[in-house]
Design a protein around this ligand. Structure first.
Ligand code: GLN
Length: 495
């Protein structure tokens, strides 16, 4: 087997049996990154020196017989995670020189098990975007068709895994930033229950919506990664002290008898007909395997985007207030005549257009006189969405829907049409509002209906399996059952 097309599971077996070393594996990845990254722009920083030190240490640990499954496994990290001594920019000019003095909790956890960090991946600035076009390093190209977007905001991580530039990659998902790029690039992406994975040391976008998750080639690999990163952290008070199951252990459980909900609003207007067909065919596979299919209704879905674009900019504007060019963020080139001028220059030069737009929206909806009309109302909608999901999960075990209404669009196609860009997350945002987990996985290929999506290459289409809070184990079982029955997840782009 080609060393780059292996899964984590295969690679761990190869490492243990000394077929190859972690140094060999790391070298193979850097060779491929050298060849492919100039085309895709998935990595914004390659941590070569550090990675080879990690790989040598991993090989020693393997030789001693004390290896974990992830020991010596090369991975990529979204540039939003603080990595000690390694530049972390959030793909924003305001952080272009930032080298964190500490590691995020998930980074320390991955270091403890001996994973090898290849580098930092491209993203929309401060995770605000769904196409990776809002990055100070330029867009990530979709490995299936380089004239198209990778999705965002974790576009670099998704493209890296799909194009065999890493064995797995970390991302964040506030409104769809793991699942949408996973769907556009054709890999598996996990958005966890809010609080399942520590956010400590991860740059905050909207703190009550942000979650940390992973991209992988298979559901089983995603389960392996979650095992290493999940759990309570005293540095993040939103991580409950709830036991972490051994996720891969019971992954072979059958789906027979499982009650699967099909939320009808997720298959309606605005959904590309081919996308609908593909996800319906996937649901049929579950039915053939003995699952019971039940239609459910989530009518509050239609308010989710509106609530999200009030609540999350409000949190973003508060979180980004600290970037003043003095305490946080780089100095402006023109300092001005007083402190006020200095702030304007630092923030004016440092933030991109989308961030400025969201800061303005966020401060507006929080301002006196508007708070009740907008922010409070959005929070009430969020509560109704949470209740609606709870009710649906009284009837069904999991739900299945498309991830995005359409496959990857052309670079530049939606950049001046905000509403249409924001609609890409119509089916992912409600899940973040409810705080529940969802697993995105490839379910087929489409050229899409009409519009620009109908030209060019076949593009991956993803579905998401949604579960109640802390049901990640069940999501892995269902996703793995599907990947045993189908081979969409084994398709690779020819880039
Ligand atoms: N695309 C959404 C946005 O622009 C979601 C981003 C995210 O999940 N970080 O906000």
């Amino acid at each position: 087997m080609d060393i780059l097309s292996m899964t984590i599971k295969d690679a761990a077996i190869g490492l243990k049996s000394k077929k190859f070393s972690s140094v060999d594996l790391t070298k193979a990845y850097f060779d491929r990154i050298k060849k492919i990254n100039p085309t895709l722009n998935a990595y914004v920083y390659e941590a070569k020196d550090e990675a080879f030190i990690d790989a040598e240490n991993a090989d020693k640990r393997i030789a001693k017989g004390s290896a974990a499954v992830l020991t010596g496994i090369p991975c990529a990290i979204k540039d939003i995670f603080c990595t000690k001594g390694i530049r972390t920019t959030c793909c924003s000019k305001i952080l272009e020189n930032f080298v964190p003095p500490y590691d995020a909790t998930v980074i320390s956890k991955l270091k403890n098990v001996g994973a090898v960090f290849l580098g930092k991946t491209n993203m929309d600035e401060f995770a605000c975007g769904g196409s990776n076009e809002h990055s100070c390093f330029g867009p990530v190209k979709n490995p299936w068709d380089i004239s198209r977007v990778s999705g965002g905001s974790s576009g670099g991580s998704a493209a890296a895994v799909s194009a065999d530039l890493a064995l797995f990659a970390l991302g964040t998902d506030t409104g769809g930033s793991i699942r949408e790029p996973a769907s556009f690039c054709g890999c598996t992406g996990l958005k966890v229950t809010y609080g399942r994975v520590s956010r400590s040391g991860v740059m905050a976008f909207a703190s009550s919506w942000d979650t940390i998750g992973t991209f992988a080639k298979t559901v089983e690999d995603a389960a392996i990664v979650l095992n290493a990163i999940a759990g309570h952290d005293e540095r993040d008070s939103t991580t409950p002290n709830k036991p972490v199951p051994d996720y891969p252990k019971n992954i072979n459980k059958e789906v027979k008898g499982l009650k699967i909900g099909v939320p009808k609003e997720y298959f309606g207007e605005g959904i590309d007909s081919k996308v609908r067909e593909i996800v319906m065919a996937a649901i049929k596979e579950f039915e053939k395997a003995g699952a019971k299919i039940i239609e459910v209704s989530l009518p509050m879905t239609k308010y989710a985007i509106a609530a999200y674009y009030i609540a999350t900019p409000a949190e973003l504007s508060a979180n980004l207030a600290r970037f003043d060019g003095i305490r946080f963020g780089r100095k402006p080139h023109k300092e001005g005549k007083d402190l006020y001028d200095y702030y304007l220059a630092a923030r004016g030069e440092g933030f991109g257009d989308e961030i400025k737009r969201r800061i303005m929206m966020g401060t507006y909806v929080l301002s006196a006189g508007y708070y009740d009309a907008y922010y409070l109302k959005a929070q009430k909608i969020r509560t109704l969405i949470i209740k609606e999901f709870e009710k649906a999960f009284e009837k069904v075990d999991i739900m299945i829907s498309p991830v995005a209404p359409f496959p990857a669009f052309k670079i530049g196609e939606k950049i001046d049409d905000l509403l249409s860009m924001y609609l890409a997350d119509a089916l992912t945002i409600p899940i973040n509002a409810a705080g529940v987990p969802a697993l995105a996985l490839p379910a087929g290929f489409a050229k899409g209906d009409g519009g620009v999506a109908s030209s060019g290459a076949e593009l991956p289409v993803g579905m998401q399996i949604i579960g109640p809070q802390f049901s990640e184990e069940l999501l892995f079982q269902a996703g793995h059952a599907y990947q045993r029955l189908t081979n969409w997840h084994t398709m690779r782009p020819s880039v």
